[in-house]
Write a protein that binds this ligand. Sequence first.
Ligand code: GYE
Length: 312
Amino acid sequence: MQIHRFAIAIMAALLAAGAARAETIGFAQVGSESDWRTAFSADMKAEAARRGIKLLFSDADNDAARQQEAVRGFIAACVDAIVIAPVVVTGWTETLQLAKAAGIPVFIADRAVDANPDLFVARIAADFNLEGRLAAAWLAQATRGTCGVVELRGTEGAEPTIQRRKGFLAVLSQFPSMRLLRSASGGFTSEGGKRVMEGFLSTPEGLKDVCAVWSHNDNMLLGAIEAMHAAGLRPGRDQLTVSVDGVPDIFRAMQAGDANMSVELKADIGKYIFDVVQGYLAGKRNFPKWVLIPSDLHTPADAASMLARRGG
Ligand code: GYE
């Protein structure tokens, strides 16, 4: 009799495990504007496949309204959970309230929203303000605190643009001989960075008095480097460069002497995100509101090892 009950219990557990249907998770991605973004998307898809998660993937192509629509589509489809990498911080309250009313947990990845934190479970992301501070601190030591800087800003209204700029300016203000001379948005794309640099170069003063280029991401800087070469300049030498992401092409630019420092933003964050999402769906509740992704900093000294690590 005893054995019979035990067998039934095992059977029930196996059945329950066996029958547990794959989770369906909606992922609203920003777009494919940069090498980092493309690597992040690939990592999310691979990690979901590894875990047997059915991932509904939407690419907003940097269109905030389109992204809202995609999230409302996930709500209508009654997915088990929603992950959002928001194009911009604003305008999310209503949609998040809809998800909450439908009982669908929401997780913010990579960027941030300015909605009430009660409307999402957790944010999984790096500290963009820290990235800006690291970039300025590195530049201050490299220039002994005397430098005129031009800035390539990311997408207007996006959290990394707001915070990287804030962090950079906070440190710059500590050095009276370091000044931001010009700033323009390149939308986080290579073409955008090239266009902004061509704009700077077309002014009468060009890059006179400019000792460094600060870019909110590597792709814009790579576009700017192209424009600087076309103008007969030597980026990485005539002007120092600092940027963020740590994509393979910035390490190649470092090896070519065209770039000097990049703050690494980890792209393989699928495991961090799905650990939180699946943990929550399995009943876990004690998550920090902000699950911090660690940053790192790279120079030509470790460009070769970083490229090897990235399979470059
Ligand atoms: O730095 C950039 C991408 O959201 C932090 O978005 C991310 C940024 C990243 O376009 O390459």
